[in-house]
Design a protein around this ligand. Structure first.
Ligand code: KG4
Ligand code: ZN
Length: 350
């Protein structure tokens, strides 16, 4: 089954074709980073307009790269939420139109389920049950995955997401947006033990996270010491990054341990972080866990993960309607089958 995956939830327009939920035939993306850079964050109105400008041509290009005609598609999967409503609406309206014209099934995909199932791309194999940590710009959620489509939320951040902690630090340091990749790069040349930043909510039971205190600690450090010198900047980046990485690694492995599961998936934009990947493999290996990481290009937002999740939703018999002619800005009822998955992340099934 060849599924077209469309992702427009934030500042990336992404369209991919994926066969049978795993073989990536094409995976194209137009980033709006340059557009939003000067504002230090994503401007929703600009994001929507840009999605609208590029989505048709990007879809054509993605089909050409996949080497298939649009009539050969077996279904259309589109991110239905969570995300910026105006940005989502562009992808959903386009996906609905395409599904209508081609007379193919449409399926709304939860963005977080897309991140979670990105682990299945490129023929990676994992059998539930397993632990999954999704760490992105908007979410830090820890799940026990019973089956594809059955996700039990163990814990989540009580304030900032892990990616947001990277982004806010970069803003404080005048490094632009997004912060993760630049801090990752700087940290590689720094000593992570130079400054001790707080590790929120560690050393106790429970699976919730908190990262806002870390950002405050950095702001206080900058108040006290002034902006870092060029020699100090890598040490500051490495020390700050280590605080985030330590927490994510500890909570994910604690969950595996307490839930009696050996397999741990870590996905979402922050899972592209090199220090996190390395520390997970080392600490996981030492504690008898198998760590599963999507390749970095599938960690950050992409269309392939949406196509993969859409494939599995279609296999479960889920469809979304294209037939309603009422304009419904909530998108929820329009994307029937996205059902409960629409508003609030993944839910426990059953
Ligand atoms: O999953 P994603 O592309 O979009 C959301 O769903 O939010 O994640 C974006 C987040 C941003 O906060 C970005 O700073 C972070 O992922 N990120 C990273 C890295 N690459 C992206 N964080 C740490 N290290 C990276 N290499
Ligand atoms: Zn994402």
């Amino acid at each position: 089954m060849d599924i077209l995956g469309i992702e427009t939830s934030c500042d990336e327009t992404a369209v991919a074709v994926v066969r049978d939920g795993t073989v990536v035939l094409s995976n194209l993306l137009i980033s709006q980073v340059a557009l939003h850079h000067r504002y230090g964050g994503v401007v929703p109105e600009l994001a929507s307009r840009h999605h609208l400008e590029v989505i048709v041509q990007l879809t054509r290009d993605s089909l050409v790269e996949a080497g298939i005609a649009q009539e050969e598609l077996d279904g259309i999967a589109v991110t239905a939420g969570p995300g910026l409503i105006g940005a989502l609406a562009i992808g959903v309206a386009f996906g609905k139109s395409l599904a209508y014209v081609l007379n193919r099934p449409l399926v709304g995909v939860n963005h977080l389920e897309g991140h979670l199932l990105s682990i299945l791309l490129d023929d990676q194999k994992i059998e539930p049950p397993f632990i999954a940590l999704i760490a992105s710009g908007g979410h830090t959620n820890l799940y026990r995955v019973e089956a594809i489509g059955a996700y039990h939320l163990l814990g989540r951040t009580r304030d900032d997401a892990a990616g947001e902690a990277f982004d806010k630090a970069a803003k404080l340091l005048g490094l632009g947006y997004p912060g993760g990749p630049v801090i990752d790069r700087l940290a590689a040349g720094g000593n992570a033990e130079r400054i001790r930043f707080p590790r929120g909510m560690t050393g106790r039971s429970g699976y919730d996270f908190s990262f806002s205190g870390l950002k405050t600690a950095l702001a206080r450090h900058l108040d006290r010491h002034g902006p870092p010198t060029p020699e100090m900047l890598p040490h500051l980046a490495a020390s700050y990054q280590a605080a985030i990485v330590d927490v994510l690694v500890e909570k994910a492995l604690q969950a595996a341990d307490e839930q009696g599961l050996a397999d741990v998936v870590v996905a979402g934009g922050v899972a592209a972080n090199r220090a996190l990947r390395q520390q997970l493999q080392e600490a996981g290996g030492a504690r008898g866990c198998r760590i599963h990481l999507p390749s970095p290009r599938y960690c950050t937002d992409n269309g392939a993960m949406i196509a993969a999740a859409g494939y599995h939703r279609l296999c479960l018999g889920l469809r979304s309607g294209t037939e309603r002619n009422r304009i419904d800005l909530s998108l929820g009822p329009v994307l029937e089958g996205a059902g409960d998955f629409f508003t609030d992340g993944l839910r426990a099934a059953g």
